[in-house]
Every structure is written in C-alpha cells, then in structure tokens.
Write a protein of this length. Structure first.
Length: 449
C-alpha cells in the first residue's frame, strides 16, 4: 500500500523560507536606502571641497593641504564666490545633511555625517569671521574646533612656579626665575651644525617604533627642509600619496627634547601618519571626498594636534625616552648628559604651565588686557624671554584659538585612550586605540563620551 503523504511537515519549512525572503527584502531595502544617503553625502562632500577652495581666496592658508582630484580643484578655483554666498551655501548643505536619516547600527556612516556637518559649520563660521563677525575666544574655539579650553586662576601657575624656583639652580645669583630657567636650558641646545643628524636620528627611531604597531603603505615617505622666518617651530605639509614635506624652523634654538618632540609630532606617529591613514582608510578605500582636503579651521585639527602631541609619549614612554636620548641623541649633539634627568623634571613642571598661554590669549582677544600686558603675562607664567613671548603672540594673532588644539587636544586624546584601557602600563592596547583614533572620523565631542 502506498503511504499517505501529509503537508504537516512542510508548513514550518515554508514559514522559515518566507521569513528569510522577507528579511532579505528588508536587508536589500536598507542597503539601497543607505547607498542612496551615502551618494547624497558624496554630492555634498564635493560641494564642500569647492566651498573650501572658494573660502581660501578670502582666507589665505585656510586650505592646509589637498590630495583629491585635480580637476575638482581647478573647477573650484574658477569660481569667485563671495563670503555671503559661501555662508549661504554652507548653511544650505548643513540643512540637507541634518535631514538625512541613518540607522543607529550604521555607526561609521553616522560618524561621517556628523563630521561633515561639523566641518561645514566651521567653514560657515570662518566665513562669518572673515566678513567681520566677532566671537569671543571660547565661542571661536567651540565653533571651529569643537572644544573650549579650561580656565585656571593665576595662583595655579604661581604654585608651579614656586616648585620650579626650588628646583632650578642659581637662586643665589639674583637672577629672576625666567633667567635661571634660560641659563639652565642652554646646556641642552643642539649646536646648529648637529641639528640635522640629531633630528634625523629622532625621526628614524620614531618611524621604526611606529611601524612596529601601525602598517603604513610601502611608498610612504617624507622630505625634510630647514627654513627661517616662520611663526611656527615646525610644520608638516602633506602632499598626498603617503608623502609629507616636513619643515623645521631654525630661527629658534633647537633643544634636545624638542628634537624628539618635533620628530614625533610632525612625523611618526604624528601628522604624517595621521594624514597617511586618513588618505588610505577614508579617501582611497571609502572614497569619502571630504577627507581629501584639510582646512586648518575645523574640528579635525583638535584630533590632529592632540594625537601628534600624545603620540610622542605613545612612541617614547618616559623611561624609554630618557634612555634613547641618553644613548643616542645626546652623544650626537655633544651634550653633557649629567643634568638630563633634572632637566626632564623641570620640563614636566613647565609643561603644566601650557594653559597660561590659552588664558592669557583669551584675556587679550577679548580686550581685557593690552598687548604689552599679554607679553608680560606670557613671560611671567610661561618662563619665556620677551622675544619668545612676542613670537608666541604673533602665532596667536595669525591662527587665533587654534592654540587650544595642542594642550587641550592632547589632554582629551589621552583621556579618551586611557578610558579604553590604553594606559601607560598597557602599551599594546595604547597603540591599538591610538591607531583607531587616527583613521576614524570622530569629533572632539566623541572623545568626551
């Protein structure tokens, strides 16, 4: 007898197939929707790049570097948009972006969306500034860089100066604290004829240590130039295709500690590595056009300067740094290493004076003190000569609240990485978190989460 068949076992299978098909349809719908939003973002990113080049015509130096399509740059340079047109178009692009909808699960695209909005907002504010609109120091830094520097009272700095007074030699000489500090530091100046050898040794070691933890393109490289008459100590001009031009300003004395600081900050694992990874991960791999251009006045600057400063310690933890300088850099420079450990105790304390510059500039920009008083405050609270104080103020008169990106940026990056386990006693985790930060489109506000 033929066995009677039944449909009882088929129903669960049909249900499963139906659910799978429905899930596939929903998934395809999500992908199509996400792709559509990303395509719209790509269009806005192109418009943003063109706006940035238009603003550059009103604000020389606004575009720090660009490695995107040359045809797009040439197209933008043929335009002659007024500041009002730039502001209006930036506002319209921001409004379009704010109407985009992405699922919470699309984290990276959400980060891109937030980043593009913040960068366009900073561009709009910069255009307003060039049109004559006035901002306080804190309003400017918040709008352009996404953060506000803390304020410290004078007695905070005076307490640190008191500790330095007890540590620095020459108290019986009758010289003031700044003079004693300068006298002590002189023994650590790298002779001009040895700067090249010392700086190259520092950058080579930073490069070696960085490449042990971060994979860089095989063709990555840098050019090195020595320049004069600049408002900065050193500069990295990223050229694209993983190549940088690093310039070192030799107007000012190069101290042994600054040689390593600048080698790391401008090179490895600092600006050169940051820009190389952004180019590789966000531009070449994802084709996110907005990351092919870097305007100085944008939230990315806080991340760029903050990682470049904190990267010094990531690559050279204090004990390893002292050892490398004693064994390699100091002999190359022909410096007596006898007082090196005391020198670093002094530098640790003077580093705590860095926010005095932010506080002084805030007062100066808001008209609460005159230029001469600002110079005197910098001399007093940062232990610098009059010439150095004037150069420091000159930098700020050119770049404004950009200075917060160095000290506040470093502190925010440090706190973010350490909160995720990248502490000094876990160097491998520190490198991992540092690398992630270099190639993810985060904003300063994300560092505080």
């Amino acid at each position: 007898m033929r066995k009677k068949t039944t449909n009882r076992g088929r129903f669960p299978l049909l249900i499963v197939l139906f659910l799978l098909a429905a899930a596939l349809i929903v998934s395809c719908g999500k992908k199509e929707k996400t792709a559509a939003v990303e395509e719209k973002m790509n269009t806005i990113a192109k418009a943003y790049v063109k706006l940035a080049f238009n603003l550059e015509k009103h604000d020389r130096g606004y575009v720090d570097f660009y490695f995107g399509p040359e045809a797009l740059k040439q197209e933008a340079q043929k335009e002659n948009k007024t500041l009002n047109q730039i502001k209006t178009e930036a506002a319209a692009l921001i409004e379009k972006l704010e109407n985009f909808s992405l699922k919470n699960s699309e984290q990276l695209l959400n980060q891109r969306l937030k980043s593009l909005i913040a960068t366009l907002f900073a561009l709009k504010v910069r255009a307003e500034m060039k049109s004559g609109k006035k901002f306080t120091f804190d309003e400017e830094s918040k709008a352009l860089f996404g953060a506000v520097s803390p304020t410290f009272p004078d007695d905070y700095y005076e307490n640190i100066l008191g500790r330095l007074d007890a540590l620095l030699p020459g108290k019986e000489s009758g010289k003031n604290l700044t003079e004693r500090y300068e006298d002590f530091r002189k023994q650590f100046i790298v002779p001009p004829e040895k700067v090249d050898a010392v700086f190259k040794a520092a950058i080579d070691e930073g490069r070696k240590r960085t490449k042990e933890h971060i994979q860089l393109p095989e063709n990555e490289n840098f050019l090195l130039e020595y320049v004069k008459d600049k408002p900065w100590g050193a500069y990295n001009w990223f050229k694209g295709d993983a190549v940088s031009l690093i310039q070192l300003n030799t107007d000012l004395p190069i101290y042994i500690d600054r040689a390593l600081d600048l080698a790391c900050h401008e090179g490895y694992p600092g600006h050169h590595v940051f820009s190389t990874l952004v180019e590789q991960k966000l531009y070449k791999e994802k084709i996110w056009l907005e990351f092919s251009i870097y305007p100085l006045y944008c939230p990315q600057s806080l991340l760029m300067e903050g990682t470049a400063n904190f990267g010094i310690e990531v690559a050279f933890p204090p004990a390893e740094r002292l050892k490398f300088e004693k064994e390699v850099l100091v002999p190359l420079a022909g410096i007596d290493p006898g007082q090196l450990e005391t020198y670093y105790r002094v530098l640790e304390l003077t580093g705590k004076l860095s926010y005095a510059r932010n506080d002084t500039v805030r007062l100066y920009f808001e008209g609460k003190i005159e230029r001469e008083e600002a110079i005197k405050r910098l001399m007093q609270f940062q232990l610098v000569t009059r010439d150095r104080a004037q150069k420091s103020l000159r930098f700020v008169e050119i770049y404004g609240s950009y200075i917060i990106n160095y000290n506040l940026g470093e502190d925010m990056v440090r706190a973010y990485i350490e909160k995720r386990g990248g502490t000094a006693d876990n160097p491998e985790k520190r490198w991992q978190e540092f690398k992630k930060l270099l190639s993810t489109p985060l904003l300063p506000e994300d560092l505080e989460k």
